[in-house]
Design a protein around this ligand. Sequence first.
Ligand SMILES: Cc1cc2nc3c(=O)[nH]c(=O)nc-3n(C[C@H](O)[C@H](O)[C@H](O)COP(=O)(O)O)c2cc1C
Length: 502
Amino acid sequence: MRNNFFAVGGLALILALCINFFFHTAYFLTIVLIVLLAVGFINTTQHKHAILRNFPVLGYFRYLFEMIAPEIQQYFIERSTDGKPFSRNERSLVYQRAKNIDSTTPFGTQLNINTSNYEGIKHSIFPAVVNEDLPRVLVGGPDCKQPYAASLLNISAMSFGSLSENAVIALNKGAKKGGFYHNTGEGGLTQFHLQGGDVTWQIGTGYFGCRTADGNFDSEKFAEKTKHPEVKMIEIKLSQGAKPGHGGVLPASKNTEEIAKIRGVEPHTTILSPPSHSAFSDAKGLIAFIAQLRSLSNGKPIGFKLCIGQTSEFELICQEMVIQNCFPDFITVDGAEGGTGAAPLEFADGVGMPFEPALIFVNKTLINLGIRDHVKIISSGKIISGYSILRAVAMGADICNSARGFMFSLGCIQALRCNNNSCPTGVATQDKMLMKGLVVTDKSERVYHYHKNTLHSANELLAAAGKTNFSDVDSSIFMRGDEFTNLSDLYFPDNLTNVSRF
Ligand SMILES: Cc1cc2nc3c(=O)[nH]c(=O)nc-3n(C[C@H](O)[C@H](O)[C@H](O)COP(=O)(O)O)c2cc1C
């Protein structure tokens, strides 16, 4: 290929030079050919890229198409129901709710519902009246001096660093207007989180914001920060679904001087938080740490977030709660399908328990040990609609968190660029130019509307199921395709014959 390139290119150049000489024209073509041959020469002599060594100029098209593959996929190939991780229909639903415009759909479902995968709500023949008040849930066990009435839907952990300054401010202002909480993520509590919205301050293994010089937990800094009235709850992050057992990742391209200063780390380097905490190393230590944080924060609700892996370890933690008679006020269960700013593919695709079995397991374990009343369960994992909220509640959740749902409400287009600082919508980038595209006043309104309209939809579904309270919801109101295929075979094989007798 190289030889062909130089043979054809050389001949074309000779031809162009002849035309220049005899007809005094085609100068531009000559310059282009010289540049292409020079680029070709450089590429054939470099040692890094095999494609460019073999196809010195055409090889660039491969890189170009690879770069715009997600856009081609989304604009030309993706169907309404099959985008990943969220389908076009799901994204559109959030955009419509965030813009507070009609979010109805025409002509009926596009899903193939006559399959064993189908899942739906068993509605009641006598629906209840739709509650216009948005549901709230009180968090705080007997040892908590400052219980907090949380909304049923809140903003899941996403750090300043993984999200832009404008995105964090818009989220917090939206949370303030809608009366729901905004989880800081493990990157620390910053001035951008303190716009008046309720805050859950997350403490990760890097202890950003309450960190000693050598990277350990600093109790004084912690106690000082928890005095902010906006800080309503504190969440110890053990793991998250997209990378359980890995620890946070802040790519060097997003680690600006400002973020490095907030976190107390070296700027422009990739920051890998350790996979485990240095403040404790087992179940006993974790429960003791919860007690310590509760006392340091003057009794604010304390909980922990995890993705379930080895179930016996979670059972041990629960047993330790009983032994020490000390309970977290909440446990956040994150499904392995959860999102992230940056994670190794092996961890995103192959580690951790998915949302549904994890939530059912955690709920059942707490019930079996007789401690369910002490602890609220918060859940996250692709909760973006009223339907997914009701489903989470049916499986045991008291409260729901959404990360990517709120990113969509900010204008995220699922460009899949959170990890390389080039997010085109200014949501997940530290590039000041891109960030300017995200106008806080407009987007905070969208955050507010998305929350409000989604919870209203959850209220409507609750009423359709004939219920008036989310605490009355359990899995019996849900059905699966495989269930009624089997049930109709089992119990009603002759039902039409019976009907015809009357
Ligand atoms: C951009 C981004 C950053 C995140 N940062 C954190 C974090 O700092 N701490 C954490 O516990 N989870 C983090 N998560 C995970 C979310 O909080 C959430 O648990 C997960 O994405 C599942 O929710 P979702 O399906 O609604 O996105 C992040 C997720 C995203 C998309």
